[in-house]
Design a protein around this ligand. Sequence first.
Ligand code: 5GP
Length: 306
Amino acid sequence: DTPAPPQVYLKPHFNYNPATDNLIPCKEAGLAFFKGDILHVVNKEDPNWWQARKVVGGATGLIPSQFLEEKRKAFVRRDSDTSEFDRYELQIYEEVAKMPPFQRKTLVVIGAQGVGRRSLKNRLIVMNPLRYGTTVPFTSRRPREEERDGQNYCFVMREEMEKDIKESRYLEHGEYDGNLYGTKIDSIHEVVNAGRTCILDVNPQALKVLRTAEFMPFVVFIAAPELDTLRAMHKAVIDAGLTTKLLTENDLKKTVDESARIRRAYSHYFDLTIVNDNLDKAFDKLQEVVERLFIEPQWVPVSWVY
Ligand code: 5GP
C-alpha cells in the first residue's frame, strides 16, 4: 500500500490583494491573503493562476502561481535596493505540513542588540527550568579570576577551537579582542537530549543553518519599539538601578535601525514577532505562545516531516 500523497499546503511569504493586482484577469475571482496564512492549493493546472482555499475561514479563489510571482518579483527587483537582501533566499510560497503538538528542539530569539533578548531568554529559563535550557558559549580567552569553567563560558585552547570551527562543529563564532567565541552545535544537542527546548539568542545569519529538522526551531523576532518608547524604557531601567550601562541617544537609534534591518532581511523566517514596548508584556506574550506549541498542531516546513 502506498500512502496517499500528502496534500499540498502553502505558506505565502508575501501579502496579496487582488484588488490592487493589475495582472489578474478578474479581480473578483482572486483570493486575498496575508503573509503566513496557510493555503490549500486545490488546482494547479493553469501556469499563472492557482485555485486555493484558506485553511482558516475557508475562503476560496485564485492566487498567483509561483511562476507568475517569480516573474513579477524579478521585474520589480531590478530597480529596487536589494544590496543587503539575500536574493537567493527569497521565498514566495513555502510548502508546509501540519504536525501534531510537539516540543520544539530550539527556540530562537532574534533581534537587535539592546532590545531585551537576553532578559526574555533568562526569564523563560528561570520560570521553567525543566522545560527550557540554553547553551554555554565556548571561548579561547583565559578565564578571569572569578570565572568558573562551564558557567558563563567553557574555556578551551585556541587551537582546539580553530580545529572544531574548521570541522563545522560550531553554529556560529566570532572574534573579539583577539579571542574566539562561539556556540557549539553539540551543546545544543545536549540540551535537547536532556528533554528541554534549547533557547538560542543568536545572530540572524545562523537561521539558515538552524531552520532544519535537526533543530526544528520556533523563531521569535523581538522588534524594537519606537525610539521614544525605547528611550523611556531605558530610562526606567536606569532609574530603578537595574543597570549602570548608560546608552546614548545614538545607541538607541542604532537599536531601532538594526531592528528594522533584521526585519527586512529575515522576516520570512519568523514564526512570531513581538514588539518589546514593555518587558513584562513581551514576556507574557512569548510565554503564552511557546506554551501553546505543546498543545496545538503546528505548521512546519514539509522537509521536517517527509
Ligand atoms: P567577554 O570576554 O567580555 O566575556 O565577552 C566579550 C565579547 O565576546 C562579548 O561582548 C560578545 O560580543 C562576544 N561573545 C561572547 N559570547 C559569544 C558567542 O557565543 N559568540 C560570539 N560570536 N561572540 C560572543
